[in-house]
Structure formats: C-alpha cells, structure tokens
Write a protein that binds this ligand. Structure first.
Ligand code: UFG
Length: 324
C-alpha cells in the first residue's frame, strides 16, 4: 500500500487518479486550491485546500501528509490563455512545481509522477512522436511543461528524487460509473464541447478543414482518462526499482480526425450534432499522435479502452447528466 499526495486531485484527470489509487488500496491526500477543481470530485481521500503558490502552507501540507509519492496534476492548461498571459502560466506551472519540489525535498518525499504534455514537442516532425523527438514547444504552456521536466531532471540527480514525466496526448472519457467527469470552465476541448452540443442542441465549430490530413481536419491521439491513470500507477512501480528521471509519451498511438470524432459522437448519442467549418485555431498542429513503444515496453502499460467510440461513450454517460 502506498500513501500518495495528488496535486490537482479535484480536477478532471486528478480525480480519476484518486479513484484508481483508492480502488487499488492506496491512501490518497488531495492537495488542490479548488481554483478550477471541484470539491464534489474529491471522493477518495481527504482534501487539503492549498495553493502550490503558497510555499509555507504547501510545505506543511506535505510534511503532514507523510506520503511516499506525489502525483502532480495541478496546473494551468489553456494553451490560448498561456499566449495572452504567459507570466500567469509560468507562475502556476513552473513556480508551483518549484515550490512542490522544494517541499518534497524538505519532507523527504522521493517519488514524483508529473503531468507533462505532447505540447512540449511543438510542431511535430514525424507521424508518430517518440521520446527522441526534439523538445521545441511553440506556446508558453508547452514551454512551462518543458521547463518543469528540466527541473525534475536536475532535482532527480541532485536530491535523489525519482521522477517520471508522462507526456499526455488528448485525455478524454470518464470512469464507468460516471460519478466524476470532465468539467472545465470555459470548456475548450473537442469531445466535451461536442457532447454538450449534442445534449443542449448547440453548434460546434470545426477549426479548419484545410489541414494537410486525409479529410482536412486535425488528427489527435485520444486516450481514455482511466488508461492515463493506470500509466501513473505503473510509473510509481517503475520508480520503486529506479532513481533518476524518466519520460514517456502517453497516447494510444491511433490518430482520429475531428470529423471522425464528430461521427463517433453522432453514433454514440444518436443525436444530430450541428457543426460549422470555421478558420484554423492558432498553434494547432495538423497531426499529433504518439509512438507508444517506450511506454508499453518500459512501464508494461497497455490501454484497456483504446477505441474512440468506447471513449466517447464513457464521456457521454457523464455529460448527459454531469454532477458538477
Ligand atoms: N477543435 C475543434 N473545435 C473545437 C475544439 C477543438 O475543431 O471547438 C479541434 C482542435 O483544433 C484540435 C482538436 O479538435 O484539432 C482537439 O482539440 P482540443 O482542444 O480538444 O485538444 P488539443 O489537441 O488542442 O489540446 C490537448 C490538450 C492540451 C495540450 C495539447 C497537446 O488539451 O493541454 O493537447 O498535448 F497542450
């Protein structure tokens, strides 16, 4: 049994992580300031309401938690907003992670799994992005994640902290009972937008159908949130046997276009979803798909729910009647 502190545990992926940790018999402490997370999503483990920017309170929280590992989700996620207000993103993502690493060092917590992002790669130079792909982010959001990876590498070699960075591709879906799910305000992600539109009869814009892809719309690698979380459990096991810094790209390795996602949403919901082709969104690469060789071999990870329709179906169970 482990005792794990989960930063951002009241958020979408973090709350799924807490459920999975509890399901596997681990103790959970949620550290979240509820700035974007939901109190109702904290159902597994106790909540310590604390901002990562409040270094003294964070140090105290971590010392009190007496945990043997941290899973670090808390952070700002909106790419567009990071362009408009980069210093806010750096403060939260880089400053918050710096405070967390200091608090871990002082409380002698020696393992961390970090939510990194495919955004660290910038404009992809290959069809399936592997770990050797150059790190060359094109947004402050991506740069903030890349900076934290560098901090983790340095902290790993200086303080003997074991660190795994998981570079997420597109998280989607919800756990089977749909008691928790994705609830961002504002919602910018494709699948929740389409499902809200299906539910409420709204229109969704397709950000460009003139991309260099077979149907002209952008291709992404959608991965079920529970599969993302199972990779974190495997990452903790990985750190039991190893020190140092380790990075894995985390997707299914399947690319789906925006049009394919729309078709899946129509099939799953049985509703006509009104869409309109709009202009491209700045900074959207045409195709972002993971090479999954390293995560499969290194962590022994395998997605349980790789099919797009099954991912959308689980998300629909949440979105048709979200609890928060
Ligand atoms: N899209 C639309 N219409 C919408 C919303 C999205 O056409 O209303 C398109 C986007 O252009 C993109 C695809 O749907 O091609 C997926 O967009 P999302 O906003 O759902 O996800 P992104 O791929 O932009 O971003 C996700 C994460 C980011 C992360 C990025 C790269 O949300 O945090 O992957 O890892 F930076």
């Amino acid at each position: 049994m482990r005792r794990v502190a989960v930063t951002g545990g009241a958020g979408y992926i973090g709350s799924h992580m807490c459920k999975q940790l509890a399901d596997h018999g681990h103790d959970v402490i949620v550290i979240d300031d509820l700035s974007s997370g939901h109190r109702e999503a904290v159902r597994w483990g106790r909540l310590v309401q604390c901002s990562l920017l409040d270094a003294p309170a964070l140090s105290l929280a971590l010392r009190d938690a007496r945990c043997d590992a941290v899973i670090h989700f808390a952070g700002a996620i909106a790419v567009g907003e990071s362009v408009d207000d980069p210093l806010r993103h750096y403060a939260i993502n880089v400053g918050g992670s710096l405070n967390l690493l200091r608090a871990m060092r002082d409380a002698d917590v020696r393992r961390i799994v970090f939510s990194s992002s495919a955004a660290i790669f910038g404009e992809p130079r290959q069809a399936f992005i592997d770990e050797a792909h150059p790190i060359d982010p094109i947004s402050p959001y991506g740069r903030s994640k890349a900076m934290v990876e560098r901090m983790l590498q340095d902290a790993a070699s200086a303080y003997g902290i074991g660190a795994v960075a998981l570079r997420y591709f597109n998280a989607a879906g919800a756990e089977p009972s749909a008691t928790i799910g994705e609830s961002h305000e504002p919602e910018t992600h494709l699948i929740p937008r389409l499902l809200r539109a299906a539910r409420d009869g709204l229109q969704v814009e397709i950000y460009g159908d003139d991309h260099p892809t077979p149907d002209g719309t952008c291709i992404r690698d959608y991965v079920h949130v529970d599969d993302l979380c199972s990779a974190h459990l495997a990452a903790l096991d990985h750190l039991d046997a190893r020190a140092g810094f380790h990075a894995f790209n985390l997707g299914n390795g399947n690319g789906c276009s925006v049009r394919e996602v729309i078709a899946a949403v129509r099939a799953v919901t049985g509703r006509a979803v009104d869409v309109r082709v709009a202009g491209r969104r700045a900074g959207d690469p045409a195709r972002l798909v993971a090479c999954t060789d390293r995560v499969r071999a290194g962590l022994g990870w395998k997605p349980a729910t790789p099919a797009l329709e099954a991912i959308v179906e689980s998300a629909w169970r949440w979105h048709r009647a979200p609890a928060y």
